[in-house]
Ligand binder design. Structure first.
Ligand SMILES: [Zn+2]
Ligand SMILES: [Zn+2]
Length: 317
């Protein structure tokens, strides 16, 4: 792609535009600062050559972002904990939407209204496990035989003899605390959910200018609305802009370089921010800053932003 070169507006054209604009908005001011007592006031008496004391060629970078704030559902999950852990969790409860700018906590938090009891699946809600007594094989009693000799012949016979198992107190089994629920019978579940941020979608202009004007905010706002009426060079990324800015503008200074770097850093931040989406290309605009003085010695500045074909003018006159 060949380099695009943009022409800055002619200084006389900028001055003329300022004169016409000011004549419409503040004719009295012009008369006071440029008129001669006793003579009929005419715009012709205000000349650029006499008024403009110095001129700086600067640049502005503009792009627009769309900021969308809404709850982030990603990462929502259910947690299961033992009874004695529940009181250590900090729960949240939301009765209304949250303004994200006012929220300084995590974006995913435990929700109080999701806290539920869940029967322990390992012990079926009993709190313990039973194991059979090995001594009595679970019967609770020991069965044995007694040898008895009968009569003179000493006939040997066997008699049953049973006694309670002394290992299990005749119960036949042992209860062991369930390790899953620590004997509490229940486990507890709750959900980690997204803080209900109020959904807000807003378009935002971003302007960086190497001329330190008082109008930065005003220009930013105007450009957002008048972007089609101001000619600049469009770039897809900052690397391309950095490489071609000097050739495109046809002039350069260290403030412009610094401004491009700052705008680039800003752009990257917006790119990384999941709430923002960059909606436009990156515009590079020539900017002319004129330092002026009226016949009566009042200092003021005129700024133009845009190319020789399409530009807008600002002034603090
Ligand atoms: Zn036993
Ligand atoms: Zn259990």
């Amino acid at each position: 792609m060949p380099d695009i070169i943009i022409k800055t507006p002619n200084l006389d054209d900028i001055f003329e535009k300022w004169k016409q604009d000011t004549n419409r908005k503040n004719k009295k001011g012009l008369e006071k600062q440029f008129g001669t007592k006793g003579a009929v006031f005419s715009l012709d008496v205000i000349s650029a050559a006499e008024t403009v004391k110095d001129t700086m060629k600067e640049a502005a970078i503009y792009f627009a972002i769309k900021k969308t704030i809404e709850p982030v559902k990603e990462g929502e999950k259910e947690e299961t904990v033992k009874a004695d852990r529940v009181s250590r969790i900090i729960f949240y409860n939301f009765k209304k939407d949250v303004i994200k700018d006012n929220w300084d906590g995590e974006e995913l938090v435990p929700f109080y209204n999701t806290l539920k009891t869940k029967s322990c699946p390992k012990c079926n809600g009993r709190g313990y496990h039973e194991t059979k007594c090995k001594t009595c094989d679970g019967k609770g009693k020991i069965s044995t035989k007694i040898t008895v000799f009968e009569d003179e012949e000493k006939n040997k016979i066997k008699k049953d003899f049973e006694y309670p198992c002394n290992n299990c107190f005749a119960i036949g089994n042992f209860k062991e605390t369930c390790k899953e629920c620590n004997g509490s019978k229940n486990l507890y579940t709750y959900n980690i959910k997204a803080v209900p941020f109020k959904r807000v979608v807003s378009g935002q202009p971003v302007l960086h200018s190497s001329a330190k004007t008082k109008y930065e905010k005003e220009i930013e706002k105007d450009l957002h609305q008048l972007i089609d009426q101001v000619e600049g060079i469009k770039f897809n990324d900052f690397k391309e802009l950095s490489n071609k800015a000097e050739a495109s503008l046809g002039y350069w200074n260290k403030n412009i370089k610094k401004t491009i770097n700052m705008a680039g850093t800003d752009y990257k931040t917006y790119e990384k921010d999941k709430d923002t989406k960059i909606e436009t290309k990156i515009f590079l605009f020539p900017m002319i800053q004129m330092f002026c003085e009226t016949k009566k010695g009042k200092s003021f500045e005129i700024y133009s932003i845009g190319s020789d074909k399409k530009f807008i003018v600002y002034s603090n006159f």
